[in-house]
Design a protein around this ligand. Structure first.
Ligand code: S3P
Length: 185
């Protein structure tokens, strides 16, 4: 597996935890676009949302993705909304092979609301907002990813195994980034 791997997926899908383990297994560097954005801004993601608003965060997120197009040998975890901008979807596919980490919505909701680090869900009706956001994004994850990994009922370690097997089974060594060859595992 020679090219970069890019994990996309809704909040709570485990992109960062699974990404770290995956990078470890493959002997690669792990990067997280939210962490990069946050450390460059000197603020947490919640603080950026609070002080400058979501649009500004999206601008920073795009800038970060643009910088990452020059990277190699990385596993990248992205923020759940990274697929919203058309420009980002193209950037993600330029960075590497895009894997959509998906799971049962109940699991996603439970994980996404475990802590208070997700400003978009810090609202009066988090469940309703969660559902609306998820529904509006599903097709964007699908069209951006080369491969969909269903992690429902799997531990992080088992998900890593599934990803590695799926990449090997495709025999593409992580090189094909065309969404037309998408498949679900
Ligand atoms: C967001 C997801 C977050 C973070 C920000 C916005 C989103 O990342 O980028 O709060 O729009 O779904 P995680 O998916 O890692 O929670």
């Amino acid at each position: 597996m020679n090219t970069n791997l890019v994990l996309i997926g809704f909040m709570g899908s485990g992109k960062s935890s699974i990404g770290k383990r995956l990078a470890n297994r493959l002997g690669r560097e792990f990067l997280d676009s939210d962490e990069l954005t946050s450390s460059r801004a000197g603020k947490t993601i919640s603080e950026i949302f609070q002080t400058e608003g979501e649009e500004h965060f999206r601008k920073l997120e795009t800038e970060e993705l643009r910088r990452l197009t020059g990277s190699s040998g990385i596993v990248l975890a992205t923020g759940g909304g990274s697929i919203l901008r058309e420009m980002n979807r193209a950037l993600l596919r330029t960075i590497g092979t895009v894997l959509w980490l998906h799971a049962d919505p109940e699991i996603l909701f439970e994980r996404a609301t475990r802590n208070r680090r997700r400003p978009l869900l810090e609202v009066e009706n988090p469940r309703g907002t969660f559902r609306t956001l998820l529904e509006s994004r599903l097709s964007l994850y699908e069209q951006t990813a080369s491969l969909t990994i269903d992690a429902s009922g799997l531990s992080h370690e088992q998900t890593v195994e599934r990803i590695i097997r799926a990449l090997e089974a495709r025999g593409n060594e992580g090189c094909d980034t065309t969404p037309s060859s998408a498949g679900t595992v």
